[in-house]
Design a binder for this molecule. Sequence first.
Ligand code: NAD
Length: 269
Amino acid sequence: MIDLGLTGKRAIVAGAGHRPPRPGIGRQTALLLAEGGARVACVDLDEARAAATAAEVTAAGGEAIVVTGDLRRADEADRIVAEVVAAFGGLDICIDIIGEATWGITPDFTEDAWDWAVETNLKQVFLLFQSAGRQMRTQGTGGALAAVASVDGIMGSPVHVAYGCAKAGVVHLVKTLSEELGPYGIRANAVAPGAVFVPTEEHPEPGPGVHAATPLRQPQALDIARGLVFFCSDLAWAVSGQTLPVDGGASVKGVWDFPPAQIETLLKL
Ligand SMILES: NC(=O)c1ccc[n+]([C@@H]2O[C@H](COP(=O)([O-])OP(=O)(O)OC[C@H]3O[C@@H](n4cnc5c(N)ncnc54)[C@H](O)[C@@H]3O)[C@@H](O)[C@H]2O)c1
């Protein structure tokens, strides 16, 4: 049996609530961390959603508490971290899954939409990791920070420019935190999901043909959670500053995009 080193670890999952039809990455992450033996603080703007995830963790035999607040504010981030530390006696893991795209073509993108996207996708991660990082540095027992970025922060992001720029900021943030906090045994990493599959009546399973841009199959919320939990486990003790695409191979596709008829012709050359 592999020891993930998660037993008894004190963890925050920010954005732990699930609001269907969105994927529920925070919910899956909280459940998986607890399955690995961590004690989980389910943090969310919405108390009922956080409580629903905490109840699932508890029903599965894990330990969870609920902490509510808006992580776009520095004082709230500090208060949330302080509440978790008061409840658990410290903090070892901090995962932030919060983020959302706003849509629009760059020349027509409004300043308000830009500000909202950068605050929601980048500033709140900075504020939470700043506060969690301070706590872990003071504690002196190391720690792991992990955020949800996006392949849009690695590739171009047509039709949601601010989201892509903000997610690129998350990819950069974990590099800087890795160097600044590494001497304290604190690691920082990110998972970059591709288009996340959510089951519907028409398509209950991800598979070839459901999303043409994904060669393997689309990831689901649990696949993203697995990447995040890996980064916070002892399996990744020597990994920091990295962003792992979990995208079914979508972001490394070649540029040729040959139609099948052209492949037949090329194979005859
Ligand atoms: N869906 C996709 O295809 C896709 C692709 C790439 C990346 N992502 C990323 O996945 C993440 C979202 O995952 P999801 O859709 O499962 O979650 P979600 O958007 O449903 O959010 C989960 C919870 O976060 C809470 N939340 C939002 N803002 C908050 C704040 N300021 N403070 C505290 N709590 C807050 C919400 O109340 C919600 O319950 C984002 O980072 C997004 O960029 C998604």
